[in-house]
Write a protein that binds this ligand. Sequence first.
Ligand code: PAF
Length: 307
Amino acid sequence: MRIAIIGAGALGSLFGGVLTRGGHDVWLYNPSNKKHIHAIQKNGLRIQTGDGDFEVKPNATTRLAEIPLPIEVMGIFVKAYDTERAISDALPLISTETWTLSLQNGIGPEVVLAQHVLNGRLLRGVTAQGATLIEAGIVRWGGRGPTQLGLFGTKSGQLDDSLENLCATLSSADWKTHFTPEIEKDLWVKLLVNAAINPLTALFNVPNGQLIADKELNAILHGIIREALPVTRTHGVQLSLEEAISHVEGVCRGTAQNLSSMLQDVRRGKRTEIEYINGVVAREAKALDAQTPLNSLLTRLVMRSPY
Ligand code: PAF
């Protein structure tokens, strides 16, 4: 299978690296991190795991025109705020057979993608995999977790043979993937995870596991979830508070060593995805007349952090 990764940062490179190891023809594309791409071209991509490292040699480029066609899977891994630019550039890679697959954080990228991807093959997914870009050419697989994929748009909820095959192919390459008939609901469950983990880890400069170990941070984590839950309920999430906390804490444990994507952004002085995560919770809560002081405060604090 030929796979193009648009926006090969931490998670995109990990996804591409794992699939390269699984025998697929992977193209990593990232025009804004030339150092990372050049390091991969020169030395390959090193993936650090708790059980030892492995090295793979995916194709890597800063020029879209170098990626050969046809592309079977085009993974969109850019930050949520970069989706419009990325999909506009990458449109020439999409044929009638191409799956466009987004595992991005936040709520919103799928709406932008749906305006461009018109072949009925837009997949939105959520993943609990943890990836940290250690330095150019080196990614740490900081935690494993399942990925859920569903069709976004008019055919949402449907599973056909080709989608079932795709999930099986990704799973057999060690990227455990399941079809979900309820992708919108799953996106909101993932939003709970990101709303609770990302701003706290970014502001307190701690790995995900610390949100369990540190009692004060853990209490704030619970508060964020408590506030966000009524918003997620309007999108079909039926978890009780206890279930929601247990789910989020499960991800903290499963990715205990991982530095959240937001912490990685803040450390690099980059714009974060806070408006697409806690910002969405605060905005939607207003429409419900619900109060979300923690989510609003965290949004403002992260937006104030210099980048
Ligand atoms: O954004 C992230 O870092 C990830 O979505 C997750 C699952 C919270 C792991 O760090």
